[in-house]
Design a protein around this ligand. Structure first.
Ligand code: FCB
Length: 444
């Protein structure tokens, strides 16, 4: 064969491969202008909620994050929303919204500030919070680890060291009996993917490391910790409903004709999403056995925000405007609004055959100009998926109110309530009113 024929064959082969990839892995986009977003029908028992996390709202914590903020000269989280003092008022906001459930986290560094030292006062405050929610008819969903943990645990090497996992298990085993007769729904950990990649590969979360190998090890360890905790808590109370919150970010090829972009996509989708699904389904992750993780969930929590258009040259930071498709609306965080991604996100999680709880979804939007549309598009998509038979039980909007947004400090505002940090005033945004109406409507 002369070289012209070889080149022609290679080109034809390339085109066939790309056509196959494009057909097998379509990227869904809807014509939103043709869709009636007011037409939202949810089952009567659908659970409406909002979500927060301790370090983002409580204020004046002392944990791995505050330590990181000081060391790296980052925006101090400081008083945050002063929720530790204002939680009763904040529970009024939940009642005002009309939610059925509230997802929040309890702060390990408050409960066990030093190794083996238990702060009964802090436990008492969380206990009162739980009672207050129940008295209001709002079901608590508690996250045991939402990115923050005590400094003593961090100094021992945190989740990087396999020998540290028993500390987390011991903490969970000890705190669980205080609340497990009143609280049925638990998330062991929040986003093992974001936690490990942002902290150990991107260097933007504590401990600020930049090593993909370390990130993979931490992700695996967090999943093992999840598995250990799951079995321990189920042993203590078999009727508890326990899962974890998984961030599903979809990686799509930036150029759908570029094979390199497709290959990057496959690698990133496996690292970010596939590995964790495989751990839960098969007890295997990154080529090794994580047996304890297999079948260690009663539900899978989905934190859904966006898709990322990927190429091998994807910047290793999130503080940039990520690429987007021409017609897509770019949010303040720099990533596109892509409600259609819920189809693939739930399909992937569907491999687990577990009920899906949407444990987070929302948008940074200080002016509240995108949030109404963002909220409706995502809810429309969820209603549609439920109609098609996807087992989605709940929706927790991120977030109840503006709060400390990790690497971005206070610049990103995700709240249904605006927070004035000068005087800690909360004001219901237009989008909050819309959510309130949607909840009300769905109960009629
Ligand atoms: C998620 C986190 C949550 C919040 C939102 C915007 O990844 O779980 O705490 O910061 O992003």
């Amino acid at each position: 064969m002369d070289w012209q024929v070889t080149v022609a064959c290679a080109m034809i082969g390339y085109v066939i491969v790309i056509i196959l990839l494009r057909t097998l892995f379509p990227e869904k986009h809807l014509h939103w202008n043709d869709i009636n977003l007011e037409d939202l029908n949810f089952p009567a028992d659908f659970i409406w909620g909002v979500a927060t996390a301790s370090h983002q709202i409580e204020g004046n914590n002392y944990n791995n994050w505050t330590q990181f903020e000081q060391r790296e000269h980052k925006t101090p989280s400081g008083a945050a929303c002063d929720h530790w003092n204002l939680w009763q008022e904040d529970h009024n906001l939940l009642t005002e919204l009309g939610v059925d459930s509230y997802r929040f986290s309890i702060e390990w560094s408050r409960i066990e500030p030093n190794e083996g030292e238990w702060n009964e006062e802090a436990i008492e405050v969380y206990s009162k919070m739980i009672d207050s929610l129940i008295a209001r008819g709002i079901e608590p969903m508690i996250t045991l680890h939402h990115f923050s943990h005590p400094v003593w645990f961090e100094e021992k090497g945190g989740f990087y060291k396999t020998e540290n996992l028993p500390y987390f298990k011991a903490y969970c085993a000890r705190i669980f009996p205080y609340f497990s007769d009143k609280v049925a729904k638990w998330c062991t950990v929040n986003e093992p993917d974001v936690f490990s990649i942002m902290g150990y590969h991107m260097g933007m979360f504590p401990p600020g490391k930049r090593s993909p190998i370390k990130a993979i090890r931490v992700m695996k360890n967090v999943m093992i910790a999840h598995g250990e905790v799951y079995h321990e808590l189920k042993r203590q109370n078999p009727s508890s409903y326990i899962g974890l919150a998984k961030n599903v970010t979809i990686f799509d090829p930036y150029r759908r004709w570029n094979l390199l972009h497709w290959l990057t996509t496959f690698a990133l989708n496996y690292i970010w999403n596939g590995a964790i699904i495989s751990a839960l389904k098969r007890g295997r992750m990154f080529g090794s056995s994580v047996k304890i993780v297999k079948n260690s969930a009663d539900f899978i929590g989905l934190n859904y925000y966006t898709h990322v258009l990927t190429s091998p040259f994807l910047p290793q930071t999130t503080e940039i405007d990520l690429p987007s498709r021409e017609h897509e609306i770019v949010t303040e965080f720099g990533y596109p609004m892509y409600a259609e991604g819920l189809v693939r996100a739930t399909k992937w999680l569907g491999k687990l055959n577990l009920p899906i709880e949407i444990t987070e979804n929302g948008v940074a939007d200080g002016k509240d100009s995108l949030r109404p549309n963002h909220l409706k598009r995502h809810l429309w998509m969820i209603a549609e998926l439920i109609k098609q038979g996807v087992d989605i039980k709940s929706y927790y909007h991120w977030s109840l109110m503006d709060n400390f947004e990790w690497a971005e400090g206070y610049t990103m505002r995700f709240g249904l309530y605006h927070v004035d940090y000068e005087n800690q005033t909360r004001t219901l945004r237009e989008s909050g009113k819309i959510y309130q109406q949607i909840i009300k409507q769905s109960k009629l």
